[in-house]
Write a protein that binds this ligand. Structure first.
Ligand code: SF4
Ligand code: SF4
Length: 184
């Protein structure tokens, strides 16, 4: 799958000119690729002066979304306090719902000023085998959670919107995951 990094693309349009499929357009200063038209010839990938285009093969990410129901992101507290995590498997340009996992019951110790490590541990054990954790709010424990997952803040109301955000930022998420693996 060919993907454009929103943070790197400067909207120069050079990729548009080299695409034999007319699959690329620039909208709001960012190149957009129509995946149905793309034949993965990689011409745009070679042309881009910003290194903003990536060819991603065999995406396989298990992504958890913190929620108190089955459709909205938890918004009144940290993601670690969610009642459930909705797990989706992302592969290439699609995602598939896998399961809804209950969070472990854990009463955070409010006297701990920089986050209760016990809470981070409980969240991590509920999310065994997950690659990416998506939440609307993270608390001080984000530094501990980052040792376990790629953590991403989604300023979105619904899980559906957050899923779209993951697709749009899949390059950055994969790069972050690779970086984390190197650091471990
Ligand atoms: S060539 Fe690269 S920087 Fe220019 S519009 Fe295309 S993706 Fe963006
Ligand atoms: S890989 Fe080829 S067909 Fe696909 S968007 Fe880039 S230039 Fe167009």
């Amino acid at each position: 799958m060919i993907n454009v990094s929103k943070s790197k693309c400067v909207g120069c349009g050079l990729c548009v000119d080299v695409c034999p499929q007319e699959a690329i357009s620039v909208s709001k200063g960012i190149a957009q690729i129509e995946k149905d038209k793309c034949i993965e010839c990689q011409s745009c990938f070679r042309e881009c002066p910003q290194g903003a285009i990536m060819l991603i093969k065999n995406i396989d990410l298990l992504v958890a979304f913190g929620t108190d129901d089955d459709s909205t992101l938890k918004s009144d507290n940290h993601v670690g306090m969610s009642k459930y995590f909705r797990l989706y498997r992302f592969s290439d340009s699609q995602e598939e719902f896998i399961e809804q996992r209950s969070n472990l019951k854990y009463k955070e110790d409010e006297t701990k000023t920089h986050g209760d490590p016990g809470k981070a541990k409980a969240t991590a054990s509920a999310l065994e085998d997950v690659d990416v954790l998506i939440g609307r709010m993270f608390g001080p424990n984000i530094t501990r959670l980052r040792n376990k997952f790629v953590c991403a803040v989604a300023r979105k109301d619904t899980i559906e919107e957050a899923i779209q955000m993951v697709h749009e930022n899949i390059n950055e998420i994969i790069e972050e995951k690779k970086r984390r693996i190197k650091e471990v």
